[in-house]
Design a binder for this molecule. Structure first.
Ligand code: ATP
Ligand code: MG
Length: 445
């Protein structure tokens, strides 16, 4: 198999050649080319040292000179080029003590993580260089560490998470001895920064085969360390209309989100929406009950997202979805109740809450009563409230904090409290949303 070199890359490599150097495409882009997948994240490697690369081009950026990476701007393109290197000893289980530049590609390929990521394409000829049998592993669908897996994971614990993520991205099995090395060294994942763990985990969740990476994590015990709340659901029987256990339910919900191409916050919520079930399960008369599990799930998810240093926005959306995921509409709801629901969920989260409900329904494999007509009816009522421009949030109120202060109410928390009370009333009774009326109620309050 040959890499068919795009014209621009051939031009780029000719410059290297003219100066007596070679240029290779390496890593994920070659792997994904062989697999027929799109990957526009190109990494290049060369025997030229950074200063030599800089001499060949008019415009370059010192992206990571210390690690040998220079970005070359050439004919409208931008290319990240790293000098062949080896890595010295690793002392902290994450970063090499020092990197050294070398003149030969073999050394560079040996330091990479998996055989499937150690392919290089010679950009002069398109020849694919495969020193670690990566092509065979691609063909067989295997993620295998280069050399001795335990050594590679001891050097850099992040690679254990990457193994699971590539399994999920590509639908590959993690090879047996690579998996065993993860089981053995899983505790080392504590050396990895929260940001990197979160990044790998979210990418895994957002990939085409999330079950595979999650299962590898569970089987190796890695999940007990980075997401124990989820492994606790394994084999937790639910009974009732759930044939599946709570862990399987969570994965099925995520797979539904994957199938429907729902956004990442819905995927994360689908995976975590029931993690409170372990703590809330009670033996009822005819079946288990899980009263209040959505609140417990919400609190536990907050713990997870804080541990992973997720952004405030991610936290806000995901927590709200999980908190509200048990909503249960009946036609007796008053219009006020519909408006309160909108206010609680947030206008921008309504669609995503419906997506989560769809995942939850699809992931329930027993004989569950079909409430979809009720969900549709609620949706219709929500839409007509939105069309009617009903006051749903504080900014829809026809009175502001400033107005209240002019009425002589003291600046401070009482303003917010009164505004919220007024909003409650307006949600129940929209005719009250006039400045005059609100002023006189505020005076009484
Ligand atoms: P993708 O971009 O689809 O996630 P990728 O293989 O391009 O996959 P990158 O993180 O972009 O992954 O890394 C590029 C290449 O660098 C990898 O293919 C691998 O050869 C090497 N690499 C990256 N991270 C590590 C690591 N922690 N240990 C060893 N090699 C690594
Ligand atoms: Mg990449």
């Amino acid at each position: 198999m040959k890499y068919s070199v795009p014209h621009k890359l051939r031009e780029l490599s000719e410059i290297f050649e003219k100066n007596g150097f070679s240029l290779y495409l390496v890593g994920g882009a070659v792997r994904d080319y062989v697999l027929g997948l799109d990957n526009h994240d190109y990494d290049f490697t060369t025997d030229a040292e950074p200063l030599e690369v800089k001499k060949m081009f008019k415009k370059t950026i010192d992206t990571g000179i210390k690690h040998g990476t220079v970005t070359v701007l050439f004919k409208g393109g931008s290319y990240e080029i790293t000098t062949f290197r080896t890595e010295g000893e690793y002392h902290d289980g994450r970063h090499p003590e020092k990197v050294s530049f070398v003149r030969n590609l073999d050394e560079d390929l040996k330091r990479r993580d998996f055989t499937i990521n150690a392919l290089a394409a010679d950009l002069r000829t398109g020849t694919i260089i495969d020193q670690h049998d990566g092509l065979a592993d691609i063909k067989n669908g295997v993620v295998r560490a280069i050399g001795i897996a335990e050594e590679r994971f001891t050097e850099d614990a992040l690679r254990m998470l990457r193994a699971c993520r590539f399994s999920s991205k590509l639908g590959f099995e993690v090879e047996e001895s690579t998996k065993m090395a993860i089981s053995k060294l899983k505790e080392n994942v504590k050396l990895v920064s929260s940001e990197r763990i979160k990044d790998e985990l979210f990418r895994l969740i957002d990939s085409p085969h999330p079950r595979m990476g999650l299962e590898t994590m569970r089987e190796t015990g890695l999940m007990d360390i980075i997401l124990p709340e989820l492994s606790a659901l394994y084999k937790l029987e639910q009974g009732g209309f759930h044939k599946e256990d709570a862990y399987e339910h969570s994965i099925l919900a995520l797979e539904r989100a994957r199938d429907m191409k729902y956004p990442i916050e819905v995927k994360v919520s689908a995976l975590l929406h029931d993690i409170g079930k372990k703590q809330t399960r009670r033996e009822g008369e005819t079946r288990y009950t899980f009263y209040g599990h959505e609140g417990v799930s919400e609190r536990m998810t907050l713990g997870i997202l804080e541990r992973l240093k997720a952004s405030n926005n991610e936290k806000k959306i995901i927590l709200r979805l999980i908190r509200e995921h048990m909503f249960s509409y009946t036609p007796e709801w008053t219009d006020g109740a519909v408006r309160r629901f909108i206010n609680r969920v947030g206008i921008n989260s309504l669609d995503r809450l419906y997506m989560l409900r769809d995942c939850d329904n699809a992931a329930t494999t027993g004989d569950k009563p079909d409430n979809s007509h009720l969900e549709k009816e609620l949706r219709t009522r929500i839409n007509s409230e939105l069309e009617r421009n009903s006051a749903l949030t504080l900014k829809d109120l026809k009175i502001t904090g400033d107005d209240l202060m002019k009425l002589g109410i003291e600046k401070g928390p009482s303003i917010g409290k009164i505004l919220n009370q007024l909003l409650e009333m307006v949600i129940d009774n929209p005719e009250l949303n006039e400045k005059e009326k609100l002023s006189s109620i505020a005076r009484e309050l």
